[in-house]
Design a protein around this ligand. Structure first.
Ligand code: PA5
Length: 397
């Protein structure tokens, strides 16, 4: 179960009339969304694709000990965030998935190569454009390792490419070399691609795909509250609340906030406006950033992601530690609100697949509405392209 409270600690920061005025436009924005050509993430995923992913994942588990996912931004954050939430902190026994391709650190890549040298691994390269520099470099380095160890035929079994259906360097290479491929549909952008093979293949190694698919589409019921969240954020922005701090109380949820940062940052941050998304891990960051939030520049509002119940019971003087964690959360929200910081709250009954996948859909819907409310195209990222182009020129390609 999911609960949303965008009013208790925020409504004093804007006028009810302003809220009602914007909220009354909900149907017009829903229509705008439905008519947009980049909303493939709202339509049901094809059955054959799901079956193909399941079969491929089963084969990987049978033949190899580890999958290296190479991708960045929207091509890795969804599955990385999800897997981080559900694997164990210690003694994790899930099928090993390594996320590479997000850094140009020689130290990282060199150590990864040493680690993989004696491992029976395969690779899933994920890039919609097929030209992203970090992905290309990491892929080349790992493919060279495979080449030193295996024949062409064996390498064919060990490389899976997820990319555009028709074009791009990776698409062409897969065709030429006969690699197994999965497609990222044309009408789904990177940060909206959770329900595509880009994320579902790595996740199928450890999780029930049917549960993920069902939970995700169940998020459709949250359209009204997704619009409510978008409207509230837009009104807070108009009151100079330019930064949204996602506050989580569980360390394994930080990667989920990284996914949120890309989703909202790339969707709204255009034309000189938009809310800058950031995140805090509580209670850790209350002892570092808490001072600024309470008494510093009032540019912030916060969105707390609360987990009501945990499967892990720790007793502290007769009280469940999860309950204590949540008492702290509520107290912090009240304190920050008193300090002039609006606080919104999203509560999951438990952190389970059903709730997380519905939340993923909820946030994507809300980001799309937010893009429209800021007068931006929610589905492009021209600013990211500018940096990519600069790099291409500097590297002489
Ligand atoms: O949202 C986006 O489109 C970008 O952030 C991309 O996800 C990221 O740059 C990776 O691009 P690609 O999948 O083309 O390698």
């Amino acid at each position: 179960m999911l609960k949303f409270d965008f009013k208790t600690y925020a409504k004093n920061f804007y006028l009810t009339e302003e809220y009602n005025y914007l909220y009354a436009k909900k149907d017009a924005y829903i229509k705008m969304l439905k008519e947009n050509s980049m909303t493939g993430w709202m339509r049901p995923i094809e059955r054959e694709v799901v079956e193909d992913i399941k079969e491929t994942a089963n084969q990987i588990k049978k033949d190899f000990d580890c999958l290296v996912v190479i991708g960045i931004g929207g091509s890795f954050l969804g599955s990385y965030a999800f897997h981080s939430l559900f694997k164990q902190y210690f003694n994790d026994h899930s099928f090993e998935v390594i996320y590479a391709g997000t850094t140009l650190s020689s130290k990282y890549l060199d150590e990864l190569l040493s680690y993989l040298r004696n491992k029976n691994f395969c690779i899933n390269v994920i890039s919609k454009s097929g030209t992203t520099m970090e992905t290309t470099i990491t892929y080349k380095v790992l493919k060279d390792l495979l080449k030193r160890k295996y024949s062409k035929e064996e390498i064919q079994r060990r490389i899976i490419i997820t990319t555009d259906k028709e074009k791009g360097a990776l698409h062409d290479e897969a065709k030429e070399e006969g690699y197994k491929t999965f497609e990222i549909p044309n009408d789904i952008g990177g940060r909206y691609s959770f329900m595509t093979p880009a994320h579902l293949l790595p996740l199928a190694l450890n999780y029930d795909l049917e549960e993920i698919v069902d939970g995700y589409y169940d998020g459709k019921r949250l359209v009204d509250v997704a619009f409510e969240y978008a409207v509230t954020r837009r009104l807070l922005f108009s009151r100079r609340k330019y930064v949204e701090n996602y506050c989580v109380y569980e360390e394994n949820m930080l990667p989920f906030t990284e996914w949120l940062k890309q989703l909202f940052g790339e969707t709204e941050g255009k034309n000189g406006v938009g809310i800058y998304p950031t995140s805090s891990l509580h209670t850790r960051d209350l002892h570092s950033l808490g001072q600024f939030v309470q008494e510093g520049n009032k540019i912030l509002f916060e969105t707390f992601i609360k987990v009501a119940n945990s499967d892990n019971y720790i007793d502290y003087k007769g009280k469940d530690l999860q309950e204590i964690n949540n008492i702290v959360l509520d107290s912090v929200a009240r304190a920050h609100f008193k300090g002039g910081v609006p606080c919104l709250e999203i509560e999951m009954s438990e952190c389970n697949i059903e709730n997380i996948t519905a939340l993923i859909y909820f946030f994507m819907l809300s980001a799309a509405f937010s893009g429209f409310l800021f007068g931006a195209n929610p589905f492009d990222q021209p600013g990211v392209e500018v940096y990519k182009q600069e790099v291409r020129e500097s590297l002489g390609k």
